[in-house]
Design a protein around this ligand. Structure first.
Ligand code: SF4
Ligand code: SF4
Ligand code: SF4
Ligand code: FES
Length: 577
């Protein structure tokens, strides 16, 4: 940004800001949140909805504050009767074209359009319903449902998909009243190169995008006397699910969450972090083996299914760079059915494994044909954090005042290394804690790798493994991943090991997390995750007693025959559109 300063006033306050700052941003800096719809803090300016209009002295028209830069001597008003009338009219026109089903809408509690209508004092609908078209829902995806009837054409989903995720699976088609957001040739999200990341759901201000809910499937399994139903919860869920119950962003609620799930009726409450510790053992050993045997490097982490689908569509030639380790969710599912079910005398077909994930892409991943190593689908049902929150509410559980519960053994035992999987850089750090000791045979004294933490878009570091220098990089958000992948493609990548997470901030910013999920909220959830790591008595995956036991009792050794069968996978090439 230009460092030259300009002086201006907003609502009578004298201000100075760098040239290039918008009126919207300047107003925000003094605590004025101008109502808006198409504006999004992390995306390019679209400037189409005009809800954010303000008066600028000397200009005959109201100006969109998100798309207008401050100028020397500018005099801005953000709240006059003319402005309020204009904003109200815009929102009333949107409502005239919008279904009136807030009662049953997935977003009824978090809809920005409904909030705006309320805040602007719209209490009756002045305009006749203007809607001419009824569009079919896009229900092709196992993870995401699009309802074009609720779309207000703000383009936030289009921009997040192309600018943050470098995918571009959706765009505007047609003109005027027939304008719609659609996939290529209206083939449906499942039939194009959508990664199922769900970032568009988080960006959408209305109920036009939502996850495909599986809550009723879980209630069905819980009421089936023949089913033994176990639940696993991903690391990032414990740092976010409290928000569904009005708790402050990033509240760490591990114990309450375990207790709530037990009261919902699951037979066993387990932890995906057991799967994360297992992933680290396999992945750290895979990395060491690739480096020792001059295998394909850089090796890239594989636990984010949105990233894996992106690779399969956009960079299939780089498949051999990706670790063959399944994600923690899928390792857990395979172990639950192939090991734990047998141990307790339950047939794998009678066990139902439910996952609670911060992620919509995990719904897609669980259904991949490769994920049936136990002889049946390893993970049966995936709920997002939001769906799990609704389920707990439906059961009438007073989440906020619950006592602290605990996970069941043995698949509920985990380490600090596993919890940091929820934050960008966490898988890398967890792997380094184990790889160091595998390579050197020495105890790692300083186990915090601060260099790979934080929200910087791409982080890189050189890690000294007792004389062997390991060059590592971490990217979150697929547009950042693309930069590292292009380097590999061009044979200029200097790295040995790369972590890629689909979602900004990692899973704590996943597409299934409570709304809002923004930069401020992501940082708070990250703090909780690192706090949980510090609280854990054991912080290295290979020191987990549950992990030691499963290798002794069942798996044998890392990268062994059984591990390969249950814990590793392969990737396919998918088409581009
Ligand atoms: S789920 Fe992700 S990839 Fe698919 S349309 Fe939405 S933002 Fe794009
Ligand atoms: S689907 Fe949602 S985010 Fe996308 S244009 Fe429509 S209202 Fe905006
Ligand atoms: S980063 Fe996490 S939430 Fe996002 S797609 Fe990957 S696994 Fe899912
Ligand atoms: S928020 Fe500024 S024009 Fe839409």
């Amino acid at each position: 940004m230009n460092e030259r300063k300009v002086n201006f006033t907003i609502d009578g306050q004298d201000l100075s800001a760098a040239q290039g700052t918008t009126i919207f941003e300047s107003a925000k800096s003094i605590g004025i949140n101008i109502p808006h719809l198409c504006y999004h803090e992390k995306l390019s300016i679209y400037g189409a909805c005009r809800v954010c209009v303000v008066e600028v002295k000397g200009k005959p028209r109201l100006e969109p504050s998100c798309a207008t830069l401050v100028e020397e001597g500018m005099v801005v008003k953000t709240n006059t009767s003319r402005i309020r009338r204009a904003r109200k009219m815009i929102v009333e026109l949107l409502l005239a074209n919008h279904p009136e089903d807030c009662f049953t809408c997935d977003r009824s509690q978090t809809c920005e359009l409904r909030d705006l209508a309320y805040n602007l004092g719209i209490r009756d609908l002045r305009f006749q319903k203007a809607r001419k078209y009824h569009y079919d829902l896009d229900e092709t995806s196992p993870a995401i449902i699009r309802d074009p009837n609720k779309c207000i054409l703000c383009s936030r989903c289009i921009r997040v998909c192309s600018e943050i995720q470098a995918v571009g699976a959706i765009d505007f088609v047609n003109r005027g009243g027939k304008t719609q957001v659609l996939t290529f040739f209206n083939k449906g999200l499942n039939n194009v190169d959508c990664t199922t990341c769900g970032q568009c759901i988080l960006a959408c201000p209305t109920g036009a995008l939502r996850e495909r809910t599986a809550v009723d499937d879980v209630w069905g399994a819980l009421s089936d006397p023949k089913k033994f139903v176990v639940v696993q919860t991903a690391p990032a869920v414990r740092a976010a699910i409290g928000e569904e119950f009005g708790m402050p962003a990033g509240s760490l609620v591990t114990g309450k969450m375990a207790e709530a799930l037990r009261r919902v009726g699951f037979d066993k409450v387990f932890d995906t972090q057991f799967g994360a510790d297992l992933t680290i053992i396999e992945e750290a050993n895979e990395l060491v083996e690739r480096i020792k045997n001059k295998g394909t490097i850089p090796m890239i982490t594989s636990c984010s299914p949105g990233w894996i689908k992106y690779l399969e569509h956009f960079f299939p030639d780089l498949k051999k760079h990706v670790s063959t380790c399944k994600s923690p969710q899928q390792m857990f599912g395979a172990i639950a059915k192939a090991y734990y079910a047998k141990k307790i005398g339950v047939e794998p077909k009678d066990m139902c494994v439910v996952s609670i994930m911060p992620c919509t892409a995990k719904k897609f991943e669980a259904q991949r044909p490769e994920m049936r190593s136990s002889g049946t689908q390893d993970v049966d049902i995936v709920l997002t954090t939001r769906e799990a929150g609704r389920m707990i509410k439906e059961a009438g559980i007073d989440f906020v005042n619950l006592p602290e519960g605990d996970f069941d053994k043995p698949l509920g035992i985990s380490t600090g290394a596993a919890v940091i999987f929820g934050a960008t850089g966490g898988v890398m750090e967890a792997a380094l804690r184990t790889a160091y000791e595998v390579v050197t045979g020495k105890t790692l004294e300083k186990i915090d790798f601060e260099e790979v933490r934080g929200m910087q878009e791409i982080k890189s570091a050189e890690i000294d493994l007792d004389g062997t220098i390991l060059k590592v990089a971490v990217a979150h958000g697929l547009s950042n991943a693309k930069i590292l992948l292009e380097e590999i493609k061009n044979k200029t990548s200097p790295y040995h090991f790369i972590e890629i997470m689909t979602c900004p901030g990692g899973c704590l910013g996943g597409g299934g997390q409570p709304m809002p999920t923004n930069e401020e909220v992501r940082l708070k959830r990250a703090e909780s995750i690192y706090q949980e790591d510090r609280n854990k008595p054991i912080r290295k995956s290979h020191e987990s007693p549950a992990i030691k036991e499963i290798y002794k009792d069942f798996l044998g050794k890392p990268l062994g025959k059984l591990s390969h069968h249950l814990l590793h996978t392969h990737y396919i090439k998918r088409p581009r559109y």
